[in-house]
Design a protein around this ligand. Structure first.
Ligand code: DX5
Length: 224
């Protein structure tokens, strides 16, 4: 396994002090920061616009990724790249022309990602791997943090891992939803190498730096 990446979602953060929250995540040693962008239509929640992310960008020493849980991502791609997101993830379920959308993200100068909801089959991405820098296998149904990890997704993660390895393309395999020091083990064993954590990391009693260390160790199968 490549070195596992630990990427917090800022969904549980104190939105009244987002700049400081971003700075604290960087000080905790995270690899990137994920912004869960929700439009209230694709998912029943509403969150971050590009201007808010742009305001937080100067506080960060790590890259930003935008997880677009929105119905018309093509209209927003440039806004989130301009806001400072170096990786933009769209949902396959929201794209009429996924191949073109992923190519457009790259044309804008960002890395491209495609997310699959728990019910969406892996073949959905079989013909777009050459346009993709990251595949995100959702381990919850998107819209809210603090949900239970869906372990039934693990065989799907394993199939995605085989598909990516056979392609010999440098594609990251990310999981998002219900990731804790326990569930990360199954996701990593199935082949994931990038791990989104929100509520567990924010609730960890010894702080975010200790949480990051525990997640990395657990992903590598080390005793924690
Ligand atoms: C769901 C969100 C969450 C979030 C992580 O739409 O994408 O998965 O990032 O939330 P936790 O870690 O609290 O499940």
């Amino acid at each position: 396994m490549t070195e596992p990446l630990v990427v917090p979602s800022v969904l549980p953060a104190d939105f009244a002090r987002l700049g400081e929250e971003v700075r604290e995540l960087c000080e905790a040693g995270v690899d990137r920061i994920q912004w869960d962008v929700m439009d209230g239509v694709f998912v029943p929640n509403l969150t971050f616009g590009p201007d808010l992310i742009a305001a937080a960008r100067p506080y960060s020493t790590v890259g930003f990724e935008a997880h677009l849980m929105v119905v018309e991502p093509d209209e927003l791609l440039g806004r989130y790249v301009d806001a400072g997101c170096e990786l933009v993830i769209v949902h396959a379920e929201a794209c009429r022309h996924l191949h073109r959308t992923l190519a457009r993200i790259r044309d804008l100068g960002a890395r491209s990602g495609v997310a699959l909801n728990p019910h969406t089959p892996v073949d959905t991405v079989a013909h777009v791997l050459a346009e993709t820098d990251l595949v995100l296998a959702m381990t919850v149904n998107p819209g809210f943090g603090g949900q239970a990890y869906i372990c039934a997704v693990e065989p799907k993660i394993a199939r995605l891992r085989r598909m990516i390895d056979e392609s010999e393309l440098p594609i990251e395999l990310e999981v998002d939803g219900g990731i804790t020091e326990v569930t990360i083990r199954g996701a990593a064993a199935a082949g994931a190498d990038v791990f989104i954590s929100g509520s567990w990391m924010y609730a960890y009693p010894d702080g975010k730096a200790a949480a990051v260390k525990r997640l990395r160790a657990a992903a590598k199968g080390e005793e924690v």
